[in-house]
Design a protein around this ligand. Structure first.
Ligand SMILES: [Zn+2]
Length: 426
């Protein structure tokens, strides 16, 4: 079975190469902006089917104009504007599809039209297709027109991998290549580790049903003072000056460092979980809803639970395990994991779960993680009421939801089977 994967490496570039890459990114941005302006004017001035166009037609039109209006575009590979126009086309297709879905009430998510890219504000990047070679021994990548570029590390592409395209991008002052490859998925035995459940939260990053809490790392919050200082210094520099450019670079490097730390933590945690467990049961956390709470959003954003879930979903099949997402309305915090007593009066301030029936006293998150584990093994076959205090609905999902009747609530929470996010397809 074939699968598509991405491999990203950092480039070692000299000043000449850096200028060349910046030029490529600039032409990609120009092609995008030209295509967008062309589409907008076409929509305003023409009628019927002539109001719309696609990437192929636009590329032909741009090729005609290259000779007379934009001869400098010949300095870069023809793939650069072509791929930029394809991206623009995909942006428009997403907008039209989303428009239809909203009409049919299939989604509440809104996708807007593509917007113009501004130099210095947008991400510098471009995509190339065609003949791309990797030289593993000498740590080099050969790209169309650009030639050989040095890599910082030895690439670890499998022998079966076929390179489809390469995206070159810049973060602060470093350049990266991201290779999209098609490779054969190796056969992988089902993981024979234990079942584990996670209760994701704010006080700890995630509580595991095995009893080990993964503490909450504070990547950006720990350096909030440095962030404030750098931002303040940057805002006080004169616009369009060398000092402004330097302070912007300092700020960009600061954010890149924070992102790297966060990704490192999320990769290590998700790999540990996927490698050592047969089933990982998680709650379907409504991250977008949680982010709407203005007081807590920066704490949720610093943890990146959404990204963590995505890492888990793609890593589980690589190690023969599977990820199960349970119903977000399951009252994991309010149930006693020992005797199933439902504590209606539990508030966010109660950090220890005391059960009046069996006397269990357990850390709140630990109790919730055990309940999530039990949900997968036992509870999903029974009916349970939805958590209904405002604190609880805010904690679990961030949405204020009041289903119509008691019966409707029981139906909605109890009959929904857990969703399998990924499983071992080999
Ligand atoms: Zn109990």
């Amino acid at each position: 079975m074939l699968r598509t994967r991405g491999y990203k490496y950092e480039l070692t570039v000299n000043n000449k190469e850096r200028t060349l890459l910046t030029k490529y990114a600039g032409i990609s941005r120009f092609a995008w902006n030209w295509g967008l302006a062309n589409r907008k004017s076409r929509y305003r001035t023409r009628a019927g089917a002539a109001r719309y166009t696609d990437a192929m037609k636009q590329h032909k039109e741009l090729n005609r104009l290259k000779l007379t209006d934009f001869p400098w575009m010949y300095e870069v590979s023809k793939c650069v504007p072509q791929e930029a126009l394809r991206d623009l086309d995909r942006g428009y297709q997403n907008f039209f599809t989303n428009h239809q879905q909203i009409k049919r009430k299939q989604t509440t998510r809104y996708i807007g039209l593509p917007i113009f890219k501004k130099k210095g504000k947008c991400k510098d990047s471009f995509r190339l297709t065609g003949v791309i070679h990797l030289f593993q021994k000498v740590k080099q990548v050969q790209l169309p027109r650009l030639g050989k570029l040095r890599l910082k590390e030895r690439p670890n592409l499998p022998v079966s991998a076929r390179i489809l395209s390469v995206t070159v991008s810049r973060t602060a002052d470093r350049w990266y290549v991201a290779l999209t490859v098609k490779e054969v998925q190796p056969d992988c035995n089902p993981n024979d580790g234990p079942i584990i459940a996670l209760d994701k939260g704010l006080s700890v990053f995630t509580a595991l049903s095995s009893g080990i809490p993964i503490t909450r790392p504070k990547f950006l919050l720990r350096q909030a003072r440095k962030q404030d200082r750098l931002s303040k210094v940057h805002s006080r520099k004169q616009n369009v000056s060398n000092n402004k450019r330097k302070s912007a670079l300092r700020l960009a490097r600061f954010y890149r460092r924070i992102t790297n730390q966060r990704h490192n933590f999320l990769h290590q945690t998700s790999t540990y979980l996927a490698k050592n467990h047969s089933v990982i049961v998680t709650e379907d956390l409504h991250v977008k809803g949680l982010m709407q709470n203005k007081k807590l959003s920066k704490y949720w954003a610093d943890l990146s639970h959404g990204l963590f879930q995505r890492f888990l979903a793609y890593k589980a099949p690589l190690y023969g395990s599977k990820v199960i997402e349970i119903d977000r309305w399951f009252p994991s915090s309010k149930l006693c994991s020992n005797c199933l007593y439902y504590r209606r009066d539990l508030t966010l301030a109660d950090r220890i779960f005391h059960c009046p029936l069996c006397g269990l006293a357990l850390d709140r998150d630990q109790n919730a993680a055990r309940n999530v584990a039990n949900y997968y093994t036992i509870y999903q076959f029974l009916l349970f009421p939805v958590a209904e205090s405002s604190a609880e609905t805010l904690n679990v999902c961030g949405e204020v939801v009041r289903p119509a009747s008691e019966q409707a609530r029981v139906d909605e929470s109890g009959r929904t089977a857990p969703t399998v996010v990924s499983n071992n397809s080999s």
